[in-house]
Design a protein around this ligand. Structure first.
Ligand code: AMP
Ligand code: GLY
Length: 437
C-alpha cells in the first residue's frame, strides 16, 4: 500500500483524497478543521494550522510516507515542500522558490518578460505613486490592480468591475502602498476566462480538461468576488468558446514558464500548475498562475480521471510523466458551491444536514469544504461549505444532477442556480463572438 500525506481540509483536498483512496492509498490528513469526508477516508488525521511544521513533524513520525500531496497555496508559499524534503518525503507541489509563480505576481510577470514568453498583458510595477498617472493615461484607466502577495483571489480590483474612476484607482493604490505592498498595474484583459490545470514533473507538462470557474457571488455574475462559486467542463475537454489551437497556445505558455522557472530559481517545478487565462482577440493571455489544483476546478477533472492518480504522482516525482498516457473520460461536469448566507462579506455560520445516500442514488457527488465535524453535527465556517458535482455526457443533465443534489442539503446556505445552464453558456459564447468579430 502507498502511504500518502494530504495537506488541507477543503473540497479540493476531499476530491484528491477520494481519488487517491480509490486507487488504494492509505491516507494521513493534516488539516485545520475536521472535514468529515477526508476524515472518513483517512487512517489518521491531525488538526492543526497548516503552517505549523513542528506539529507536522510530530504527526509524520513513523508513518512511513511515500509522498505528500499539498492542496492549498499557503503552505506551499511557506516552504512545506522544502521542509518535507528534509524529512526525505517527496511532494506533489513545488518548493518555495518555484511556488513564487503563485505567491508573487511580480515574479511571474517579470519571468514571462525576461524569458520572452507570450501571454503577458502590458504591465508596470509600482511602489509609490510616482509615474502612476502617466501609465494610467497610456492605458486609458482600463487596468487591473494587483497587490503582490497571496490574497485568496480577493485583492485584485479591475476598472469597470470594482473601480469606477481614476480617483478610485488612485485611492486603492494608496491603500495598498500604506500596507507596504508593491503592486502591479496591468492592462485590463477583455475576453472569456478559462482554467487549464496540468501535471508537471519538472520537465514534462500534461494538460487536463479545460474548466470555467465563476468568481462572482450571485447569478448573472453579480455581487462581490469569491473563492469561486462553481465551475463546469465539457465532454470534449475544451469549452465552446475555446478552440484546440487556443488550448495548445496556453499549454506552450505553461511549458515555457516551467523551463524558465527552473533556470531562474534552480528548482524544478513538480506538482500541479494551474493557468488562469483570458482568451482575448489577441489569443490567450495569462491572468495568473496557481501552483496547485483549483478549488472548485479540481472537482471537474479528478472524478473523470481514468488513469491511476498514484501512478501519475510517482511519475511526477521520478520526472517521467512522458512514460504514461493520462486519460480523462469524455463527460461534462457541473460543480456548484453552497456557501453560508452573507458569504463572502458577512457570512453567518450555520449547521448543515446532508442526505448523502440520496445524492449518491441520483448519481451526484458531494465534497465537503469549510465545515467542521463536531460530534455528529456538521457546522460551517464563514467560507464556502459544500460542493456538489453532476457528471454526464450532456452538460444540461450534469447541471440537473447538481441542482437535484443540492435539494438534499439543508442549512442556511445559498448557491448560484445559473452555473452550467445553457443560458449562461450561450452568454459566454456570444460574448466571445462579439470580441472576435
Ligand atoms: P487573480 O487573483 O490574478 O486571478 O485575479 C482575480 C480575478 O481578477 C481574475 O480571475 C480575473 O477575473 C480578474 N483579473 C485579473 N487580472 C486581470 C486583467 N489583467 N484583466 C482583467 N481581469 C483581470
Ligand atoms: N478557483 C480559483 C482558485 O482555485 O484559485
Amino acid at each position: 500500500m502507498t502511504n500518502i500525506l494530504i495537506v488541507g481540509h477543503g473540497a479540493r483536498e476531499h476530491v484528491i483524497t477520494e481519488t487517491l483512496s480509490s486507487s488504494g492509498a492509505n491516507i494521513y490528513a493534516f488539516m485545520k478543521s475536521k472535514n468529515p469526508g477526508i476524515a472518513k477516508l483517512s487512517k489518521e488525521i491531525l488538526l492543526s494550522n497548516l503552517n505549523n511544521f513542528d506539529k507536522l513533524k510530530t504527526f509524520i513520525k513513523g508513518l512511513n510516507l511515500d509522498f505528500a500531496f499539498i492542496g492549498p497555496e499557503d503552505p506551499l508559499a511557506n516552504g512545506i515542500v522544502n521542509f518535507l524534503s528534509k524529512e526525505d518525503i517527496p511532494s506533489i507541489g513545488p518548493f518555495k522558490a518555484p511556488a513564487m509563480l503563485e505567491s508573487s505576481k511580480i515574479f511571474t510577470r517579470n519571468l514571462l518578460e525576461k524569458y520572452k514568453i507570450e501571454g503577458n498583458p502590458k504591465f508596470k510595477i509600482f511602489d509609490s505613486l510616482k509615474g502612476l498617472s502617466s501609465f494610467l493615461d497610456e492605458l486609458n484607466d482600463s487596468v487591473a490592480i494587483k497587490p503582490d502577495g497571496l490574497t485568496g483571489g480577493k485583492g485584485v480590483k479591475v476598472f469597470g468591475d470594482h473601480l469606477r474612476s481614476r480617483q478610485e484607482i488612485i485611492d486603492y493604490c494608496k491603500e495598498l502602498f500604506s500596507k507596504g505592498s508593491k503592486l502591479i498595474i496591468e492592462e485590463k484583459l477583455i475576453g472569456e476566462e478559462f482554467t487549464l490545470q496540468s501535471f508537471v514533473d519538472g520537465t514534462h507538462l500534461v494538460g487536463m480538461p479545460l474548466v470555467q470557474d465563476h468568481k462572482r457571488a450571485f447569478n448573472d455574475d453579480t455581487g462581490p468576488n469569491t473563492g469561486g462559486m462553481g465551475s463546469y467542463s465539457f465532454n470534449d475537454h475544451l469549452l465552446p468558446f475555446i478552440s484546440e489551437n487556443d488550448y495548445k497556445k496556453a499549454i506552450l505558455i505553461m511549458e515555457k514558464s516551467i523551463n524558465a522557472v527552473k533556470k531562474e530559481t534552480g528548482y524544478e517545478f513538480k506538482g500541479i500548475l494551474y493557468g488562469q487565462f483570458m482568451l482575448t482577440k489577441d489569443g490567450p493571455k495569462l491572468v495568473e498562475y496557481n501552483v496547485r489544483f483549483g478549488d472548485p476546478e479540481a472537482m471537474n477533472v479528478l472524478p473523470l480521471l481514468k488513469s491511476d492518480l498514484i501512478e501519475i504522482c510517482e511519475k511526477i516525482i521520478s520526472g517521467s510523466l512522458n512514460k504514461i498516457k493520462i486519460k480523462f473520460e469524455n463527460k461534462s461536469t457541473v460543480c456548484k458551491y453552497l456557501a453560508p448566507t452573507g458569504y463572502p462579506i458577512n457570512a453567518k455560520p450555520t449547521e448543515v444536514v446532508v442526505d448523502i445516500e440520496k445524492i449518491k442514488d441520483i448519481g451526484g457527488y458531494l465534497y465537503f469544504a469549510s465545515v467542521d465535524l463536531r460530534g455528529n453535527k456538521i457546522k460551517t465556517t464563514k467560507s464556502r461549505s459544500i460542493a456538489v458535482l453532476g457528471i454526464d455526457k450532456d452538460i444540461s443533465k450534469a447541471e440537473q444532477i447538481a441542482e437535484q443534489s443540492i435539494s438534499y442539503i439543508k442549512g442556511d446556505l445559498f448557491h448560484r442556480t445559473d452555473i452550467g445552464t445553457q443560458k449562461l453558456i450561450n452568454k459566454r459564447i456570444e460574448h466571445m463572438n462579439s470580441i472576435l468579430n
